[in-house]
Design a protein around this ligand. Structure first.
Ligand code: NCD
Ligand code: ZN
Length: 428
């Protein structure tokens, strides 16, 4: 038996903060007695004092690149899932752009086997939409589902053919697999390396216009309307995307969306020093986009915050800006940067936690992300007030490509539990 006492409990289902204790038995949440009421009797009991801390469901990151198989020098399933635990995440959904890509059951099963061997955060494989992520032929959704995939995406690449995307949505619904769209018109993004705007002109880099994203977001919404099938838009970065998704939701179309912390914490000015760690796809946008993303989060247009954790080694980042890979790591900074939105008044704490747990869980069809009695005790104990400098030496990922290294951040996870057991603890 485990007793977590004196904490503030945030249950995203209830949407409030409460002064409740948590009692865990046999790896599951047994009861939530009011503070000071629970009196343990006799048996062996482990006690965690969470005074001044916030106790939340284990966070779920629905957009992570674990790089295994094939790019183990950037990240492995073991290193990525350990970084996840340190960030407060007990679950990660991993994207298929590995080598080979996760386009068949053998790869899905390999990922699950490696994740079980590592024994850190739970891993939910996202399989490819098309064979080889080439956009030509659909993968075998039924077989992938049986192998353990719970969504499909060609992330890293757009699905160029609208007809193929239509079929993906139809087969995805039939098999109960969410389809996740990397929305990008490559004929427009072309050789661009950052947001097309004032800064790209000023510093002389090729731009990626926001229309490259908006056009594809509009297509996905049109296909959701045509087929009635659900679609989830990954890494939303533009004001127009937010507006399009808002209207789709007003129409009651089955469209959901996520953004990543860098799209509400940074803008294209972060590229002025040619920092390749701020080179990401879609690119960091203009201030008006950052404002729109925040409004979209506040108004529920954007359902989820996901890291888009995209590790790349120094080999791909310490090169000329044009040649550097797109992507930045985020598993260990996502919670802190999201808590910044709470301090700014953009989100209440329960809603911020919901966007990191309950909402992604529901989109992926998992039953987790809340603290109802009987649920598996996957939890994070957060210190919301601690200030710390995020250092390269804090990074548990194999790659250190974060534009937030050296920044003073506030709030982080101190303790992560899975199935009622402490699986990660911050050493003070
Ligand atoms: C991702 C990667 O490196 O795999 N990069 C990125 O900039 N976001 C791919 C992706 O999520 O599109
Ligand atoms: Zn992507």
């Amino acid at each position: 038996m485990l007793w977590i006492k004196n904490g503030q409990l945030v249950d995203p289902i209830k949407g409030v903060m409460e002064q409740l204790d948590l009692v865990i038995e046999d790896g599951r949440i047994a009861q939530q007695p009011p503070r000071g009421v629970f009196k343990p009797e006799g048996e062996q009991i482990e006690v965690i004092d969470a005074a001044g801390k916030v106790v939340v469901p284990g966070l779920l990151d629905m957009h992570v690149h674990l790089r295994e198989p094939g790019f183990e020098y950037k990240e492995t399933i073991a290193s990525g899932t350990l970084a996840a635990l340190a960030g407060g995440f007990t679950g990660v959904a991993c994207m298929p752009n590995t080598s080979p890509p996760n386009d068949c059951r053998a790869v899905t099963e390999f990922i699950l086997k490696k994740a079980a061997l590592a024994g850190f955060a739970r891993v939910y494989p996202i399989a490819a939409i098309s064979v080889g992520q080439k956009g030509e032929m659909l993968t075998d959704f039924g077989d992938l589902k049986e192998g353990g995939a719970l969504a499909v995406s060609d992330d890293g690449f757009p699905v160029v053919s609208s007809e193929l995307m239509r079929r993906a949505l139809e087969y995805g619904r039939y098999h109960g697999l969410m389809v996740i769209s990397h929305s990008e018109d490559r004929t427009l993004s072309g050789d661009g390396v950052m947001h097309e705007g004032f800064v790209s002109t000023r510093i002389g880099l090729a731009g990626i216009p926001d229309a490259a994203e908006d056009i594809m977001v509009y297509r996905e919404i049109s296909l959701a309307r045509l087929t009635g099938c659900p679609v989830h838009i990954a890494h939303v970065s533009t004001a127009t995307s937010v507006e399009l998704i808002r209207r789709a939701k007003e129409e009651n179309l089955p469209v959901t969306a996520e953004t990543a912390p860098h799209y509400f914490s940074l803008d294209h000015n972060a590229l002025r020093g040619y920092d390749t760690n701020a080179k990401v796809n879609p690119p960091l946008r203009a201030l008006k986009d950052v404002e729109a993303i925040k409004r979209g989060l506040a108004e529920g247009v954007i359902d989820v915050i996901a890291s888009d954790h995209a590790p790349h080694s120094v080999l791909e980042k310490e090169v000329e800006f044009d040649k550097a890979a797109f992507g930045l790591i985020g598993l260990q900074t996502t919670l802190s940067l999201t808590l910044e939105l709470v301090r700014e008044g953009v989100l209440g704490l329960p809603e911020a936690i919901a966007k990191l747990s309950l909402r992604p869980s529901r989109i992926l069809g998992l039953g987790s992300g809340h603290l109802e009695a009987g649920s598996i005790a996957d939890l994070a104990v957060i210190d919301p007030d601690v200030e710390y400098e995020f250092k390269a030496s804090d990074v548990l990922s194999k790659s250190k490509n974060s534009p937030f290294i050296g920044r003073v951040l506030k709030g982080r996870s101190d303790l992560t539990l899975m199935g009622g057991k402490v699986v990660w603890r911050r050493i003070p």
